[in-house]
Design a protein around this ligand. Structure first.
Ligand code: BT5
Length: 303
């Protein structure tokens, strides 16, 4: 397209067009320039720029405001700060890397640069703190559907993981701000491994983690995956709002297919063992051992 045409379409000067193209080049876009013909876009950088994600977004609120960082301590931490300042529901933070990406109980989330998705979203659900826990299932359900769309066969692991071929491909983390008997906001954080390779991890993590690239041998562009993920997240959030938290538990249980399987769950220094009777209306795992049903609220599934 000629510089004149671009200038005319945007109602700016030729010099302004040239400046914009320079800026785009600095961001990693590449153009072919031909005298007399104009400019042609020949390469787009592998970055999660908000405008790249927006091209694949069909949501009404989630991700309509995207905060982008090249590097951040943790997308959950930044999102929490923005939520405290009163940002809109659906505001989303994405980053190319995290210096202090976190899991549950202060565990680390490995976040190599420009390889995966690290994103967090602000939700302001109208639900009491006592009933909020199953909201965390919307993130693993959304990741599950996104992975199916990408062509792999995921499995849900209680409470908030998604595995492929028995290796972790996605971890999710919900953090809440609660005041008396109301939830002020929830931050839903999702780490979804896309193009990470074994060489991006240390030996220990390399044994238990996987990515879309490792599973399919295909490189994935991250903005479309991010768009699908946000769309699924909004879908499940709407279901939770319309049909309640019990429906989230039912959907999760149905997808996970844990009922009737033997499980071992570690909680601090205690291990619960038993046959799963599914999850209850609060998202807790019910384990039956010697005829007695125990309700396990949190923990790490060992088997
Ligand atoms: C989780 O914790 O699985 C929740 C992870 C949430 C990460 C996202 S990234 C965006 C947002 N911002 C944040 O700061 N966090 C969220 P947990 O169940 O505690 O599992 C943590 C364990 O998973 C670690 O101890 C490792 O064993 C393993 N792990 C760490 N990084 C991983 C990765 N990239 N892929 C797979 N497994 C990983």
């Amino acid at each position: 397209m000629s510089g004149d045409l671009i200038a005319g379409k945007l109602g700016i000067s030729r010099t302004a067009v040239w400046k914009c193209l320079k800026q785009l080049e600095e961001l990693g876009y590449a153009f072919e320039k031909r005298k007399g013909t104009g400019y042609r876009l020949i390469a787009t950088p592998d970055r999660l720029y908000p405008w790249e994600i927006e091209r694949f977004l069909a949501t009404s609120s989630l991700g309509r405001e995207i905060v982008y960082r090249d590097s951040v301590d943790s997308t959950n931490a930044l999102t929490f700060r923005l939520a405290l300042e009163g940002c809109k529901e659906g505001t989303c933070v994405v980053a190319e890397s995290q210096l202090a990406g976190r899991g549950r109980l202060d565990r680390q989330w490995h976040s190599p640069y420009a390889k995966n998705l690290y994103l967090s979203v602000v939700l302001r659900p109208r639900v009491s703190p006592a009933r909020i826990y199953p909201l965390s299932f919307i993130s693993s359900l959304a990741a599950f559907d996104t992975l199916v769309a990408a062509g792999v066969a995921p499995r849900l692991k209680w409470p908030n993981d998604v595995l492929v071929n028995n290796r972790k491909i996605c971890g999710t983390l919900i953090e809440l701000s609660v005041e008396a008997d109301t939830v002020r906001f929830a931050v839903i954080g999702i780490g979804l491994n896309i193009n990470m390779e074994k060489s991006d991890m240390d030996a220990a993590l390399g044994e238990k983690a996987t990515s879309l690239l490792m599973e399919t041998k295909n490189f994935f562009e991250r903005p479309p995956v991010c768009g699908i993920l946000l769309g699924s997240l909004e879908k499940y959030y709407e279901i939770a709002g319309r049909q309640g938290m019990e429906e989230m538990c039912r959907l999760w249980e149905e997808r996970a297919g844990v009922k009737g399987t033997y499980m071992e769950i570690r909680q601090m220094d205690r291990v619960y063992r038993g046959i799963s009777e599914g999850i209850d209306r609060d998202g807790a795992m019910l384990l039956k051992e010697n005829g007695v049903v125990t309700r396990v609220i949190a923990g790490d599934v060992l088997v």
